[in-house]
Design a binder for this molecule. Structure first.
Ligand code: AMP
Length: 209
């Protein structure tokens, strides 16, 4: 089992790049943000509990997130998986290291802060299938409608400027040390995150060859 970890600021392109890698390698992408948003959408007890955290750009508790990831990884029947948005804290990184795998590489998608804010403010997401659009670079053919599944395309509730700034602050404070941890253990590969998701995914695939 191979484990790829995608690190990068909110808006660095982890979701879109992870999607390309999933298609190219047949690995399963596990995006903790997607799992959390599904709970909120379903208005489950957990969803109701975490909605407010999501809206203010905070982190959901380690215990909840670690349990979610463990459950997903246990049911996998593939050669590998891609983690997008996990681990975000040192406690999560420690819990992850207890899950066995033969090969693990963490990729850090490097982009500057101005670019991520611009990307997030112009990002739209299909509420049904999760396809990511961008009002500037990749708008849906018909406004508000997904090209692929005809679902509703709209902005994520946490993609507003105040919440974006908070998410970046949390990222710098909580997740940067995790990235340093992987770097210190020689398990981090830094990749230029500027360019289309396909271009960035190609850079990662070259490292995996
Ligand atoms: P994302 O889609 O990765 O930007 O995540 C959206 C939101 O979900 C974050 O701002 C957090 O509130 C929550 N979340 C996602 N992944 C994690 C994680 N690994 N640890 C804690 N909270 C998370």
């Amino acid at each position: 089992m191979t484990r790829l970890i995608l690190f990068g600021a909110p808006g660095a392109g982890k979701g879109s790049v992870g999607d390309c890698l999933e298609k190219k390698r047949g690995y399963v992408r596990i995006a903790t943000g997607d799992l959390i948003r599904a709970e909120v959408k379903a208005r489950s007890p957990l969803g109701l509990q975490v909605q407010e955290i999501l809206d203010r750009g905070g982190l959901v508790s380690d215990g909840i997130i670690i349990e979610m990831v463990k459950q997903h990884v246990q049911t996998l029947n593939t050669d590998g998986y891609i983690l997008d948005g996990f681990p975000r804290t040192l406690a999560q990184a420690q819990a992850l290291s207890a899950l066995p795998c033969q090969r693990e590489i963490a990729f850090y998608l490097e982009v500057n802060e101005d670019l991520v804010v611009k990307r997030l403010l112009s990002r739209l997401v299909c509420q049904q299938c999760g396809t990511i659009y961008n009002t500037l670079t990749r708008p849906p053919q018909m406004e508000g409608v997904c090209d692929l599944c005809r679902g509703t395309v709209s902005r994520r509730s946490d993609d507003n400027e105040a919440t974006i700034r908070q998410r970046i602050a949390v990222y710098l404070e909580q997740t940067m040390p995790v990235i340093e941890y992987y770097k210190g253990h020689d398990r981090l590969c830094t990749v230029d995150g500027v360019g289309s998701p396909k271009e960035v995914a190609e850079r990662i695939l070259k490292v995996l060859e």
